[in-house]
Ligand binder design. Sequence first.
Ligand SMILES: [Zn+2]
Length: 120
Amino acid sequence: MKPRRHISHVSATRAKQMRTYRRDVRKFLRSNERCFACLEYVEEDSRQNHHFYGRVKSLLSWNPGWRMVCRKCHYLIHHNPGWARDHNFICPRGMWNDLKRAQAHHASTLKQYDGDGDHY
Ligand SMILES: [Zn+2]
């Protein structure tokens, strides 16, 4: 077998984090069949991970901020942020890409709804 030459653009740690992230996302998408936005059943290969609170730094792999959405809704959400916010498809203003505020908001929604539904 020919040895594979590998030019590393990311550190080994980062590469490992990304592998874990992709594996966790696959698992997440497999276990969620209805789009968070349109509530329709979504074929497995059309399922996408929408980052409700943004995806910078640790928010990327922060699982409570993940929402499964279909391709179409994901496109609409990111092309119409005002509309998306009006429908609670993205986090309230002032929390985007802010892990601390996202965590506080997530904790308050859990209290408010007391685990009776999966749709916030
Ligand atoms: Zn949808």
